[in-house]
Design a protein around this ligand. Structure first.
Ligand SMILES: [Zn+2]
Length: 343
């Protein structure tokens, strides 16, 4: 049950209880993240790191979702090869949508480490995230961990999101941002700069404002009884529609950037030092079309079908590894009762 209760001056969101919807669980996790970060920047310093949040989020998903969820965690050796934190697939056993997720924590100044070139990496983390997402047929996203004042959601965005919110607005604690918005900003930043190696030209507040609470993007609660018989097709369609809206907005931003002919911000940066960057997949130059009236569900890639069958203790080696792949099956989501306050 989502029961707002008084705990000191803060109204908190309670643990959603047995058999929660993905929406109510993600909402609780966002709320927990929001308060945990606020405490960490306040009276209970220091705040936890991104890896801690990822581990705790995976634990909560595992704990709450039971057989609807399969989690495959990979070894440290594999994770060092790659930037993305985890992959989330929401599926109905045959079709589904995948997100490749990079977590970013809001720092004391309200900024996120978007301009980040990991040691030993051939490119910026953002460019690698997009490159790997395209190779794994995923939507590349940043998962922002926020603790400051919520922001107004753009009207076009708001119209497709679900209306399930926390009473104290702490569901803004975890929000999803298209990596293409970040890539567009990094292009502007790196093309505009010469000697000032700082974040001043990246508007962190603007980027955060283009993100949306993750539970409202990935909501799996449905209203019509008729829809419930369809093996999660209605739920999946809604989630895919929201993920595509997220991506289209990022691609539109990328389309407005003068990239001076460079394929990625990493290439701009390295060219200043006369150095090369390997070929990276990019969606630069792809003009997003209008929202199609019908959403066509996508068949799950072979790799994901194999993971669905795999023994989690002995998962098949991943060509493009990640820390964890989380597979959420929506086929019986229709049995979930809407929580109080989630009409
Ligand atoms: Zn919802």
């Amino acid at each position: 049950m989502i029961t707002p209760h008084r705990n000191g001056p803060v109204e908190e969101t309670a643990w959603p209880g047995p058999r929660p919807s993905l929406c109510s669980l993600l909402k609780w996790m966002a709320s927990d993240t929001y308060h945990w970060l606020r405490d960490g920047y306040g009276q209970h310093a220091p705040p936890p790191g991104e890896e801690t949040f990822t581990d705790v989020h995976i634990r909560h998903l595992r704990q709450a979702m039971g057989s609807r969820l399969k989690i495959i965690q990979f070894t440290k050796r594999q994770e060092t090869l790659n930037g993305a934190d985890w992959e989330l697939w929401i599926h109905n056993q045959t079709h589904g949508i995948g997100l490749r997720i990079q977590a970013k924590k809001q720092d004391r100044r309200g900024q996120y480490g978007f301009w980040y070139w990991p040691k030993g990496s051939p490119a910026l983390q953002c460019d690698m995230l997009i490159h790997h997402a395209l190779a794994t047929q995923c939507v590349p996203v940043y998962l922002l961990y926020n603790y400051r004042q919520p922001w107004p959601i753009d009207q076009g965005w708001a119209s497709v999101l679900c209306g399930h919110t926390a009473p104290d607005r702490s569901h803004y604690g975890c929000s999803l941002l298209s990596a293409f918005h970040v890539q567009a900003s990094l292009f502007r930043f790196v093309i505009g700069f010469d000697v000032h190696d700082n974040y001043r030209q990246i508007s962190h507040q603007r980027l955060r404002g283009l993100s949306a609470p993750w539970n409202q993007v990935l909501c799996d609660l449905q209203t019509s009884k008729e829809k419930r018989r369809s093996r999660g097709v209605a739920v999946l369609t809604d989630i895919q529609k929201r993920a595509e809206t997220l991506e289209r907005s990022g691609l539109a931003a990328l389309g407005h950037v003068d990239t001076e002919g460079f394929p990625t911000p990493s290439h701009v940066r390295r060219s200043r030092h006369g150095r090369d960057v390997p070929d990276l997949r990019t969606r630069l130059g792809e003009t997003p079309t209008e929202q199609p009236s019908e959403v066509a569900l996508k068949p799950l890639p072979e790799r994901v079908l194999r993971l669905l069958e795999a023994d989690p203790a002995r998962p098949p080696e991943q060509e493009i590894p990640t820390r964890a792949v989380v597979l959420y099956d929506v086929t019986d989501a229709g049995e979930l009762a809407a929580q109080p306050g989630q009409a």
